[in-house]
Design a protein around this ligand. Sequence first.
Ligand code: 6PG
Length: 500
Amino acid sequence: MKDKFDIAVIGLGVMGANMTLNLAERGFSVVAFDINIERCDDLVNRHKSLTGKEIVTVTDLSELLLQLDSPRRIILSVPAGVIVDSICQDLLSAGLLEDDIVVDTGNSQWRDSIKRGEQYTGKFNFFTCAISGGEVGARFGPSLMASGDKIAWDILKPMWQAISAKIDPVTGVEIARTQVNQPLPEGEPCADYIGPLGAGHFVKMVHNGIEYADMQMIAETVHFMRKILNMSVAEVGAVFDQWNKGKLQSYLIEITGNILKVVDPRTKQPLLDLIMDQASQKGTGNWTAREALELGVPANAIAESVFARCLSTQKAVRLVGAELLSGPKLNKEDKKYWIDKLEDALYCSKICSYAQGFELFSAAEKEHNWTLDYVAIANIWRGGCVIRAYFLDDIAKAYQAEPQLANLMFAQRFNQTLASNQLAWREVLAKAIMQGIPMPASSAAMSYYDSYREADSSANLIQAMRDYFGGHTYRRKDCDANQSFHYDWHFGGGEQAVKH
Ligand code: 6PG
C-alpha cells in the first residue's frame, strides 16, 4: 500500500464530509482536515462504518501537506469568500509548492476565481470545481464544473469523473443512487472541464440563476392551483407526481411532489401551509441577474425570480398591501380544464428560462474570450445537480444537431413545442392576470418569447424619443446601417445625416 494519500479535503462541513466519503467509496485515499475536532471524529466514524477502515484526519496544515502524494491535490470545501483566500495563504505558509493543485469547490464569485488564479500564479496551481447537488449529490454523485489549468484537469479528471453522478447512455437519464447499499453506478459522468479560471464558476452561477427561475415558476404554478383551482395540497402533490413521469420530469418537480405530501405532526396540517412565505437567498441568483444586465442579456425570467424572492421577504408591507390594494373577485375554476394547460405552460416557461441561461453563456464567451461547450454543459447538468432533468438531454441534442443556434428557443424540437403549447400557456397567464394571481417569472418568460418573435419592435419610438430630447440620433431602416441621422424635432429643420 502507498504511504501517501491521493487527495486531501479541507473543510468537513456537510459538503466536504460527504465528498470525502464519496472519494473513499470510489477507492481514492483521502486525508481530511478541519479545525473542528467533532467534525473530524464524526467523519472517522462514518468512514469506518462505510469502509471498515480508519480515515486519517488532521488539524494542522503542515501535517496535511506531508501526507500527500506529489503534486499535492487539495480540495477546499469552505464557504465562498475571504475564507478561501485565508486558507490559500495558510497553505502557502505551510509549504505548498508550485505544482500543487488547490481546488476551490465553493459557490465562489467567478471573478474572484480569476483574481485568485492571477494572484497565485507561480506559487501553486489554483483550480476550481463548482459543485451542485447539495448533501446527497456530494455523497452519491454531484454535477461538477471544473475550470483552470488543463494540466491540473488531466490529473484530477479520473477522480472527478469517478465521484460524479452518472447518466445511462441509452436513456439519457441519471442512474440515481441515494443509499449506501445500492451498487455504484457506471455511465456517462456528470463532470467536465468548462474552460479557463472563471468559466466554471460562471456556468455554476448561471445554473443557480436557472434554478431560481425553475423554482419560482413551479411555485407560481402551485399557487395557481391552490388559489384559482381551489385544490388541496395533497391534490397538487398528486399532480406533481404525475408530471414527474412526463416532459417535466426533474428533480425539482419530484421534490415538490414530496414536499406537498408532508403533514405536520403537531397540527396535522400540510407542513407547506405552516412554512413562512419568505424566500431567502445566498446571492448566486442575484449575481446572475446582475451579470445579465452587465452583458445586456434579457434574462428577465431569471431576474424576476430574484425580485420575487426580494418581495417575498417584505411580509409586513404585503400585509398592508393585502388590505389596501384591491384585486378582482376570485372565481373558482374547473381543475380538469386547467391541469394539462398548466403543465404545457410550465414547460414553455422553462424552455425560455434555459434559453436565457444559454444566452448568458453566449454573451460571456464574446466578452471573456471563452469557448463554452453547450452540449457538454447540458450533459453534465443531466444528473447530480439541482436542475437535473430529462429536459437537459433534449437541450444537449438540440445543440448537437444545430451548434450555431442563436437561441435555444429556435431549436426545432423547442420551437415546435412552443408553437403547439403556446395557447395553453397564454390562457394560463391571462387567467392568472384576470384573477389577480402574480406569476412574474412565467409572465416574463412569455414576454421573452413574444419579444423574440417580433421582426418589428416598438424600439423605434424609444430611439425617436432619445433623439428628440437628447439628440442621440437614429438609424433608418431604408439606409446603410452605419449611417446615423438626427431630426430637428423642435425647429422644423428636417433631417440631417450625422458624421461619426
Ligand atoms: C446547488 C445549489 C447550491 C445551494 C444554493 C442555494 O447547485 O447545489 O444551487 O449551490 O443550494 O446556493 O442558493 P440560495 O440560498 O441562494 O437559494
